[in-house]
Design a protein around this ligand. Structure first.
Ligand code: NAP
Length: 323
């Protein structure tokens, strides 16, 4: 039984703990918070025995693995500490804030013989494999448009002049890191790493990107990635081939896939509801830990995603107007 400790006391950690409760081979035995009282209250509320406010102490306790759901800039240091303590790590997306940091962390995980996995739920959603299967029916792919654009209720706090981690540049917040990352990970998982990347974005008052686009080129086709935390899109993602077009209702959690062919036929596939969107990543993590499995492929996808993000930042033309 894998004894998992959690880092972070927000809603996503609660959801992860629920899923661990539904998964065989793993149990949550400890929770970390920077604040002892909050940590104890959190642990009690989710039925976890151990509560820690000192990370080093938790890492030297009787645990096998750590789930990290702190703000993006904290992941690297916390994951490194866990890996060096010989603990397996499941770290929330985006795993770290640059490809170079991820490569260093993967090397440390290899050296310490532990599993390091990004909790990228999209990758472990069965819907992605169905999309992969359907690609063959579309003819030569010419355009890919992946979109995750959802106005965050926390944007209202930004508009009110408040500091919010997910919109804070010091926490590596912003729409690309929070939502764009799902589209980019799906893109590199389906099609590999693009040849070229360009980007543009709109900057909000806190200094992060509130909405943006990336344009990627592949041999024979182009891919556009659209992401936003300040507006909402009603349009599906699309993969356009010369013979047909695939419409994906939500790229981060596909539930309905429609193929419209050149001859006018249209087929919609409703995907079986998954019990919880986080199930796939937890099962993958358990399998890797239990079998001493090889996470190299998963880690390469994270690395490729972070290289695209690095390139978007380097090659982007941010709108200079802060809104
Ligand atoms: N997979 C998904 O569906 C999903 C959904 C939401 C978020 N996420 C990811 O989960 C992570 C956390 O996101 P969130 O929105 O929950 O973040 P958050 O609420 O800003 O922070 C999460 C936790 O980290 C701790 N924390 C807060 N500020 C911190 C700081 N400055 N330094 C260190 N720790 C701090 C807090 O716990 P204590 O104060 O108790 O220590 C807090 O509960 C992000 O990487 C995000 O991308 C994933």
């Amino acid at each position: 039984m894998i004894r998992l400790a959690t880092i972070g006391t927000s809603a996503i950690t609660r959801r992860l703990i629920e899923v661990v409760g539904l998964t065989e081979g793993i149990t949550v035995t400890a929770a970390y918070s920077r604040d002892a009282a909050r940590g104890r209250a959190f642990a009690d509320s989710v039925g976890v025995v151990g509560a820690f406010s000192d990370l080093a102490t938790m890492l030297s306790s009787d645990i096998d693995a750590v789930y990290i759901a702190s703000p993006n800039t904290a992941h690297d240091e916390q994951a490194l500490a866990a890996v060096r303590a010989g603990k397996h790590v499941l770290v929330e997306k985006p795993a770290v804030t640059s490809a170079a940091a991820w490569d260093r962390l993967c090397a440390e995980a290899r050296d310490h013989g532990v599993v390091l996995l990004e909790a990228m739920r999209t990758e472990y959603d069965p819907g992605l494999d169905v999309i992969r299967e359907l690609l063959g029916s579309l003819g030569t792919i010419r355009r890919v448009q992946l979109s995750y654009q959802k106005r965050s209720s926390r944007y209202d706090q930004v508009l009110a002049g408040e500091r919010v981690n997910i919109f804070d540049p010091a926490m590596a917040g912003g729409a690309l890191m929070d939502l764009g990352v799902y589209c980019i990970h799906a893109l590199v998982s389906l099609f590999g790493e693009p040849d070229t990347v360009r980007g543009a974005w709109v900057t909000v008052a806190s200094g992060v990107d509130g909405a943006g686009s990336a344009l990627c080129t592949y041999p024979g086709f182009v891919a556009e990635v659209m992401y936003s935390k300040i507006t909402t899109s009603r349009l599906p993602s699309e993969i356009q081939g010369e013979q047909g077009t695939l419409l994906i209702d939500q790229i981060a959690a596909p539930s309905s896939l429609t193929v419209e062919m050149l001859d006018g036929t249209s087929t919609t596939r409703a995907l079986p509801a998954v019990p919880h969107v986080l199930v796939g990543e937890v099962e993958r993590f358990v399998d890797l830990v239990e079998t001493s499995g090889d996470a190299t492929h998963d880690q390469h996808l994270t690395a490729a995603t972070l290289r695209v993000i690095d390139a978007i930042r380097a090659e982007s033309t941010p709108d200079q107007t802060r809104i």
